[in-house]
Design a protein around this ligand. Structure first.
Ligand SMILES: Cc1cc2nc3c(=O)[nH]c(=O)nc-3n(C[C@H](O)[C@H](O)[C@H](O)COP(=O)(O)OP(=O)(O)OC[C@H]3O[C@@H](n4cnc5c(N)ncnc54)[C@H](O)[C@@H]3O)c2cc1C
Length: 386
């Protein structure tokens, strides 16, 4: 059935400005104490346990979750403001970001009470790092081909096989893994997969580093050899993980991190162009900012629609795809707009380092969080075109 694309006219309520000011003040204090440098942060790995704990102490992790699990019972738009400010400042949120965005909400929905009470408060205190174990060597876009096997045993499950591209597995306390618990059936190839909470310190789990093209160690191969997972760590119904991917995907795809990952470069373009850019610089910058403004309106809209209980999955896919295009265009425009500027100045050196980093970063945006082709397929299907 076809669906019309629709973006509600959502704006961040003015009342959120007080929260934004509070977050900016916190960031200013952190920068002053030397925790990170917003203009160099993009060049570093953003993992800082002390910083995550201080963010947790402010109540800015698990903001929308129930208070009985350490959450703040605040709105998704409040969380949006906090995420946006940290992203723009290049704050080191890697320890808690995945747990805050998707693992915690997954546990809230599907984990038994004992696990919720144990793990969710630790996430909100900034003490618990999660990774996502979905992709495998022969299963990426087509997750239903996943083949890492969880076999029933006394008291739980034995897991065997290999996951790949697992961001942060080398630091994670837990993984939410997608494992095969039964073969697919002839009438439903999506049948037979189950999600599990996995303690990464369990015996039988080996994490092997994979370096990305900028040389950084962010993702990994994770090998399971007879690793034991207790029975109550199965999340949701056995064999029915395919039913569980709901509006969370729209959250994952439409947040400000989906178009602000290379925002640092826009900031450096402004610096290097100076206070009085020529007409070419002014026009080029204007076009970039206009594109960013439109993206932000779309992203806020999707988050507002989610808050209102709607399921804007096509709109979320559009935000991610258009966000990727904008970010991949940014280094190209940055080079064009600065081609005739003097070299050798300190501003220019910072700009060149940041540009080089962005050039090596943007190719991955096409792939992570759903490839562009897959997203366009989702959009086309939603519109009834395939
Ligand atoms: C930086 C980064 C971090 C990542 N972190 C994680 C993580 O933490 N956890 C995790 O599980 N995974 C992670 N991934 C993996 C990522 O989710 C997969 O790489 C992605 O889903 C694509 O899968 P694949 O690499 O197997 O490529 P494939 O699925 O083999 O795709 C190869 C190409 O074929 C195209 N293609 C595939 N199927 C179709 C189709 N049906 N129609 C049209 N075109 C198609 C794709 O668009 C792509 O261009 C990460 C990836 C990156 C780049």
């Amino acid at each position: 059935m076809s669906q019309a694309i629709h973006f509600d006219q959502v704006r961040l309520p003015p009342a959120l400005q007080a929260l934004r000011t509070e977050v900016r003040e916190f960031i200013r204090e952190e920068v002053a104490r030397g925790t990170f440098d917003p203009r160099r942060g993009a060049l570093r790995q953003g993992y800082d346990p002390d910083f995550s704990r201080r963010v947790g102490a402010r109540g800015w992790i698990g903001m929308t979750w129930p208070k009985r699990y350490g959450g703040g019972e605040r709105s998704f738009l409040e969380r949006y403001v906090v995420t946006e400010e940290f992203r723009v400042a290049n704050a080191p949120v890697a320890l808690h970001f995945t747990a805050d965005r998707q693992s915690g909400p997954m546990l809230l929905k599907y984990a038994p009470e004992r696990i919720k009470k144990d793990i969710l408060p630790r996430i909100t205190r900034g003490e618990c790092c999660f990774c996502i174990g979905m992709s495998e060597p022969n299963s990426g876009s087509d997750l239903f081909a996943a083949n890492v096997r969880a076999a029933k045993c006394e008291g739980g499950w034995r897991v065997n096989g290999t996951k790949v591209w697992t961001t942060g597995a080398h630091r994670a306390d837990y993984m939410i893994g997608l494992f095969r618990t039964s073969p697919a059936t002839s009438d439903n190839r999506r049948h037979g997969l189950t999600q599990f909470l996995v303690d990464m310190k369990s015996d039988g789990i080996t994490v092997n580093p994979i370096r990305n093209m900028s040389g950084a160690h962010e993702f990994n191969e994770v090998v399971f050899r007879d690793a034991f997972v207790p029975g109550d760590h199965a999340l949701g119904d056995i064999d029915a993980a395919w039913k569980q991917a709901t509006s969370e995907l729209a959250y994952e795809r439409s947040g400000p991190e989906r178009f602000l990952e290379t925002y640092y470069l826009l900031f450096e373009i402004v610096h290097v162009l100076g206070r009085e850019p020529d007409i070419r610089g002014t026009e080029g910058l204007g076009r970039l900012v206009a594109g960013l403004h439109a993206l932000r309106r779309m992203s806020v809209s999707v988050n507002g629609m989610l808050q209102a209980g709607k399921e804007p999955s096509i709109e979320g896919a559009i935000v991610k795809d258009v966000g990727t295009l904008w970010q991949q265009q940014l280094p190209v425009r940055a080079r064009d707009l600065t081609a005739f500027l003097p070299t050798g100045t300190p501003e220019r050196e910072t700009f060149d380092a940041v540009l080089a980093h962005a050039v090596r970063t943007v190719p991955k945006l096409t792939i992570q969080g759903g490839t562009s082709e897959i997203l366009r397929g989702i959009i086309a299907r939603g519109l009834g075109l395939r």
